[in-house]
Write a protein that binds this ligand. Sequence first.
Ligand code: PHE
Length: 472
Amino acid sequence: MSSQREHFSSRLGFILAAAGSAVGIGNLVGFPVNAAKNGGGAFLIIYAIFVVVICLPVMAAELAMGRNTKKGPVGAFGTLSNQHPLWRLAGLIGVITPFMIAVFYTVISVWIIGYLLMAATGQLEYLAADGTFGEFINSPYIFTALVIVAVIIYGILKMGVQKGIEQASKILMPALFVMLIALVTFVLTLDGAMAGVKFYIIPDLSKITATVVNGALSQAFFSLSLGMGILITYGSYLTKDTDIVGSAKFIALADTGVAFIAGLLILPAIFTFNPDVNPAELSESSVSLIFVLLPKIFLALQSSIGFVGASTVATLFFTLVFFAAITSLVSIIEVPVAYLIDEKKHTRGKALVTMAVFAGILTIFSALSFGMVSFFSEFANYGGSTKSFFDVVYDIFYDTVLPLNGLLVCVFVSYRWKKHSLNQELSIGNEKFEGSLMQKYINFSLGTFIPVVLLAIFLNTVAQKFFQTTLF
Ligand code: PHE
């Protein structure tokens, strides 16, 4: 079976697919707001340092595990540990995590396509009205939108790695980039835009606290799709002539570049709309920014570019976010799909149907979490408040588990699979790797401070989320 394993057709195809996974809602909205609130340029520098110093080695390790074994997380941890049950468990967490993230990410993608369709059909005024978001997410339309998203994802994944994932990324990613640049160029010409840029870029060291540093690392980690089993799975589709470390650098650069450029869109837009805004007061949540604040900003543009112009900008923006969401969603659903194909010997079609049923049910539970059904809206109680089913999935799988998964990868690669095997794998496709400074750095960091930092972040997040206290 493994000799016929599908693979990416080219290095560029792989890089675009991995960048498609990495570039998501987190980059386009989460990152800019986080940066602006938490020290502007100072945050940007800390974030960039984390990407290089911590995330790059973990990314290389995940890709290497996947390519070496031609398996997803369960198969990779299993094969490289002689099927040790504890390491297989680590692999299993690496499949459950993306499955659960897919559940809530699908819900957000469903809202995005809803907003996209409404903006495109001239309903911008409705989108900008108070109360619309709450109304929309509790309306039956979301089920129609869910079907549309499911059909798109099914269509892409059914076509497989080359014709589906890779081909979709080759179209969506360049389109995303062009739309992003077009929107930034437009927004920067608006009055007051420069105030936003200043807020985004000028460093404010007084804002840098332990919590901000923690937040920057978590943001970088999930922005690069680490700890989700995605890069292990995508690594398993890599051919032996691909330079893993070189590709990882490109992926990190593309992801960070898009996040940075998105800041040049979001902050100027906010400042043009309200020149007196204090970014510190902006909501933490990307969701309220995308669905509540931005529609108001788009509508306000009608005074300068007319209603059609404003609707066009809004439609372009939601298309941009939708493309980013789709390529991320495809990558995350591919992890459990690959698991079913590799470990449970499903055909791709059957694996997709299984996923559609299980993820579909949980997605509907999440979609019902916003007031439609009180069992799901008031699902649990911890950290001092009542949490919906959606919140629970989000808190556990998006916010807490990723650093733990990353930690397991580092420890596994350094002490079980062993560094020389990692080095051997990373040298394939890059003869200069062995003996290089990069090799020494990757070996040293993965075996020492990276797992320590990830453990600290994991424990701190658990303390914050579930026990209302903070360790640092
Ligand atoms: N990097 C993605 C983002 O920034 C994270 C992600 C990847 C989320 C894949 C879901 C699926 O949004």
